[in-house]
Design a binder for this molecule. Structure first.
Ligand SMILES: NC(=O)c1ccc[n+]([C@@H]2O[C@H](COP(=O)([O-])OP(=O)(O)OC[C@H]3O[C@@H](n4cnc5c(N)ncnc54)[C@H](O)[C@@H]3O)[C@@H](O)[C@H]2O)c1
Ligand SMILES: [Zn+2]
Length: 358
């Protein structure tokens, strides 16, 4: 079992990487006699949940699968179940699932009685390498991704890479986009490692998979610790590819393009735009696009059926939390491993770029 500490002062927590059984002991310790509330979804629960529920002595709450879980009605149902089960402020809420289960369970845990502990047992590559760490919770609302959410750091995260054995290839590739992101933000050596080993990670090679997940978690832990509530611009770097990505997800209709697919395409667009602004060498942009494409990820708007929708994406981007009508905040890159936050991208110039992008 590998332990990575996410160092946030009083809100610090451990990420355990290894067989889930060992992590369950820690959950029971944290519960201190209370019965944890297990949240999952039917497919996942059938694959991996039964033994965990038995060990925790918990009757599971099963949510709709995928993005559909990040919804007001589901949030309401969770809160009412917590009340019915007489949960207290120390009842651990345990989320077994991908980022969707984790995001809504985390939000419910943060709201109930002003906050119960949330423990993540992430089951997708995306959730293991990224979303289970960092404390962002959300549901989608009024047609917009992650519009309603909180910061609520987990009490513990248990990452068992063996869960990924049952994950389908498309989901695996989608999660891999978030892994590659860490190389592109500030770790060019890790990007070079991905170029050599990425296909092995996707093929399920155990050591490579473990190494990729650990590196991503260490990077996220380091970046989150330097800017816990996303205020200094440091944590914003984790949003490389995401301003474009969220717009792509919204324009395609929530759920049609997977989050990681939209992020991969968003990363490709961020590098292409950076090269067009002449701040990023074209050779770096080509390397990035070539690696994403070789990994089976979309790199052109046409790949996700949005060839002529580029101009409309900017409208979604203007709505972003940190943007205004004429200026858009965007993570750009001066090269591989040199991402930076540009808070004042000219919206007209961006719209012209996206109109041409296919
Ligand atoms: N909170 C954050 O910081 C953060 C970061 C990135 C993404 N997210 C959010 O995460 C969500 C996406 O999460 P995701 O990509 O993990 O997908 P997901 O949770 O939507 O799950 C995708 C599919 O994979 C299935 N699945 C999950 N684990 C499985 C397994 N081990 N075996 C077989 N099938 C399995 C699920 O049943 C579902 O059908 C998005 O809503 C995104 O906005 C949040
Ligand atoms: Zn993401």
């Amino acid at each position: 079992m590998t332990t990575i500490r996410v160092d946030l002062g009083p809100g610090s927590y451990d990420v355990l990487i290894g067989p889930v059984e060992a992590g369950l002991e820690r959950i029971r310790d944290l519960a201190g006699g209370a019965t944890p509330i297990l949240i999952s979804e039917p497919k996942l629960f059938a694959l991996h949940g039964q033994a965990i529920a038995e060990r925790l002595g918990s009757e599971p709450i099963l949510l709709p699968e995928g993005e559909a879980a990040k919804d007001w009605a589901v949030l309401h149902r969770l809160l009412s179940e917590f009340a019915e089960r007489n949960a207290t402020r120390s009842t651990p809420i345990v989320a077994l699932g991908g980022g969707s289960v984790g995001d809504v369970a985390g939000l419910a845990a943060s709201l109930f009685k002003r906050g119960c502990p949330i423990i993540h047992l992430p089951t997708t590559l995306l959730a293991q390498a990224d979303s289970a760490i960092g404390g962002k919770t959300a549901i989608d609302a009024f047609g917009e991704k992650n519009l309603v959410g909180t910061f609520h750091q987990p009490a513990l995260v248990v990452v068992d890479p063996a869960f990924l054995d049952t994950l389908d290839e498309r989901q695996l590739r989608s999660g891999y986009a978030e892994v590659v992101k860490y190389g592109l933000i500030d770790d060019p050596a890790f990007f070079a490692w991905c170029e050599i080993n990425g296909l092995g990670v996707l093929a399920g090679h155990r050591d490579l998979r473990q190494q990729a997940i650990e590196t991503a978690i260490r990077s996220k832990a380091r970046i989150v610790a330097s800017d816990v509530e996303d205020r200094t611009g440091r944590r914003a770097l984790l949003n490389l590819g995401h301003s474009f990505g969220h717009a792509i997800e919204a324009e395609a209709g929530l759920g049609a393009v997977l989050h990681g697919e939209a992020v991969a395409l968003g990363i490709a667009l961020a590098f292409r735009f950076s090269s067009e602004l002449k701040i990023c060498p074209a050779a770096d942009t080509e390397r990035v696009i070539s690696h994403l494409a070789k990994s089976g990820l979309p790199t052109r708007l046409a790949d996700v059926g949005l060839a002529k929708a580029g101009g409309r994406l900017v409208e979604w981007m203007r709505r972003d939390k940190k943007s205004s009508q004429s200026r858009v905040a965007l993570v750009l890159a001066r090269g591989i491993g040199k991402a930076f936050l540009e808070t004042a991208v000219d919206a007209e110039r961006l719209a012209a770029f996206l109109d041409r992008a296919a």
